[in-house]
Design a binder for this molecule. Structure first.
Ligand code: GDP
Length: 264
């Protein structure tokens, strides 16, 4: 018993208090790494290899007030504590996405998801479709999480920020079009996924449990098209906000940092 108790106390001590965490997700090349370097880097909390997520502890820059500390002033220890959070950079490369999805299945302390999008990449069909597929899967994972925790005290809300990055490029779509195009493309993704399920279902034995069309359908059913407001039903508010991390007249990440501050 003694070693067990000892282990318990050592482990408890070594485990940092639950720090608010944001996951950086999105296709490679969107700007996740650039996003990390933008925020003030305090310490690398975990060693980084190219196949594992990188976690860094960052502090909200001056001028942004965490929502929970709206009535406190800078210098107040509680205010300073509330400005700190963890950013987890998940590898965007196809095969490495399981890290992102694993984290979504068990999102302890996750205050929000930042899905970084190259707003010029999504102006063309191949980039748009690749991005929409990834985003569809992230949103579906959140929806499944929400419906599987209905029995407990109710799922925690996890908002999603779609950071429309690289607005300094003249080929970039403005945020409202990034939003519309992604909604349209996700609508297509869910249609073709449902068709794929039906087609493969035809080959399966009747009553096969692996086939659950309803569970795999993102957002509202019926004839209507997909839009992001449908995610509110499962506790996920989706915001599409623009900015750029490099280029142009310097970086502009104001809208994103404000969004983070609102979740803290
Ligand atoms: P990641 O794969 O999502 O981590 O993307 P990176 O952060 O590595 O960025 C991919 C490329 O896009 C790099 O060459 C960055 O320099 C570039 N990049 C990132 N943000 C911006 C931006 O706001 N504007 C422009 N023009 N390029 C950017």
């Amino acid at each position: 018993l003694v070693p067990i108790l000892l282990h318990y106390f050592v482990y408890r001590k070594a485990t940092p208090t639950a720090q608010p965490t944001f996951l950086l997700i999105g296709p490679s090349g969107g700007g996740k790494t650039a996003f990390l370097t933008l925020t003030e880097r305090k310490a690398v909390a975990q060693t980084h290899t190219s196949t594992a997520p990188l976690t860094v502890e960052v502090t909200l820059p001056d001028g942004y007030t965490p929502n929970s500390s709206a009535f406190r002033s800078p210098g107040d220890p509680a205010f300073e504590r509330a400005r700190r959070f963890l950013l987890v950079d998940t590898p965007g490369h196809g095969k490495l996405r399981r890290f992102a999805t694993a984290r979504l299945a068990n999102p302890a302390n996750v205050r929000g998801i930042i899905f970084v999008v190259d707003a010029a990449f999504v102006a063309e069909e191949p980039g748009l479709n690749a991005t929409a597929e990834y985003l569809h899967d992230v949103l579906l994972a959140l929806q499944k999480r929400s419906s599987s925790t209905k029995t407990t005290k109710g799922p925690k809300e996890i908002p999603v920020l779609i950071a429309a990055n690289k607005l300094d490029l003249f080929t970039a779509l403005p945020p409202h079009l990034v939003k519309l195009q992604l909604e349209k493309a996700i609508n297509q993704v869910r249609k073709s996924r449902a068709k794929g399920l039906r087609d493969s279902g035809a080959a399966l034995a009747e009553g096969d449990e692996g086939l659950d069309e309803e569970r795999e359908w993102l957002g509202e059913g019926g004839e209507g098209d997909f839009d992001f407001t449908q995610m509110e039903e499962v506790g996920t508010a989706v915001s599409v906000l623009g900015g750029n991390l490099i280029g142009g007249k310097g970086s502009d990440a104001k809208a994103w940092l404000e969004w983070i501050a609102e979740q803290l």
